[in-house]
Design a protein around this ligand. Sequence first.
Ligand code: ZN
Length: 129
Amino acid sequence: MKWRIAINSQCNFCGQDEDYLHYFMSCPYLKEFWVKIQQILKKSNIENFVTLKHIVFGYRIFDKDYFDFNYFLTILGFSIYKAYYVSQQKTKQVNIYSLFVREYITRISQVQKLQNSKLLAKIRENIEM
Ligand SMILES: [Zn+2]
């Protein structure tokens, strides 16, 4: 699957120039979503680890102790991608936070290796349904 991020083009939602920072973090469309995610991270004691670099490249990806956290980052990035993609197919903007919650709960329950992750369980507790 290709990440259809057209560099040097305009954002479909707000019309601003689009780059990776805009696409994943700074678009006004994502503002409310990121506020909620930051609250969840704060409650889970994992602040300041989610930056554009970490969304794109992961966090200490060669350290298996961070496998679960990297899985979380992947779901975050994928949810943003999916929200844009779905929104472009439809005329209405999707609720990206609800989309993320659905993805998160579905995916962590599907991967055996993640079942015993305390970090992911804690994030799950802090997600407001
Ligand atoms: Zn935008």
